[in-house]
Design a protein around this ligand. Structure first.
Ligand SMILES: [Zn+2]
Length: 218
């Protein structure tokens, strides 16, 4: 699926099985650099997409360390060795611990390479010519981040498993917390403009305004 969200930024959604997880490829027209969000299982699909466009991934932004959001990291780094892994500082252990990333409890233990860059709430990034703001939204996972792209027109938000179209992420994992989750969603996501496009870790894209008005969990 191709979405042209503004005059300049392209977001490609690459769906992986078995968890129906959305990985994302982001780039600007005219810039050969790109970055990825949450490469999960089936990384070969992402690699093929990047190669077809003749792009160079310089970063993998991880929203949180659950296995279905990180499983593709090592395959991508085998092809692009200088592609750096970014994750929240409270989430870094999940990359290298199969218990914490929930793969072992689900019966398919995996780990991936450790983080290159640790992020905190409020950090600002500039990747592939795109300005990105980092927001900490705990509750599904303690170090969960969302990534806000400040574009010339409509803001774009990658939300991982914090919020979905008409739903929110589970909050019953060992480091989850329902009260913190709702407070964090309100302060860090619902505070954004209505037109902000949400690309979630599972399901269809939506907007902040649509979820504010119709999400039954909020
Ligand atoms: Zn998750």
């Amino acid at each position: 699926m191709t979405q042209n969200n503004s005059s300049e930024i392209i977001v490609e959604t690459i769906l992986s099985v078995p968890f129906q997880e959305n990985g994302y490829l982001i780039y600007q027209v005219g810039n050969q650099e790109c970055f990825l969000v949450d490469p999960g299982f089936e990384p070969e699909k992402i690699i093929e997409c990047v190669q077809n466009k003749e792009l160079n991934p310089i970063a993998i932004l991880v929203t949180h360390g659950h296995a279905d959001h990180i499983a593709g990291i090592d395959a991508i780094r085998t092809v692009w060795k200088n592609c750096k892994i970014y994750i929240g500082e409270e989430e870094k252990e999940k990359l290298i611990d199969a218990e914490q990333n929930l793969s072992a409890p689900f019966g398919f233990a995996i780990t991936v390479a450790p983080a290159d860059v640790l992020l905190r709430d409020g950090d600002k990034l500039d990747l592939a010519g795109i300005s990105i703001e980092v927001r900490h939204v705990p509750g599904h996972s303690k170090g969960h981040l969302v990534y806000l792209l400040r574009t010339l027109s409509t803001p774009i938000l990658f939300t991982g498993d914090v919020i979905f179209k008409q739903s929110i992420g589970r909050n019953d994992f060992p480091d989850g917390n329902p009260a913190i989750q709702l407070e964090a969603i309100r302060s860090q996501i619902l505070s954004l403009p209505d037109e902000t496009i949400i690309y979630a870790g599972h399901g269809q894209m939506t907007t902040v305004g649509a979820e504010r008005q119709t999400n039954p969990y909020l």
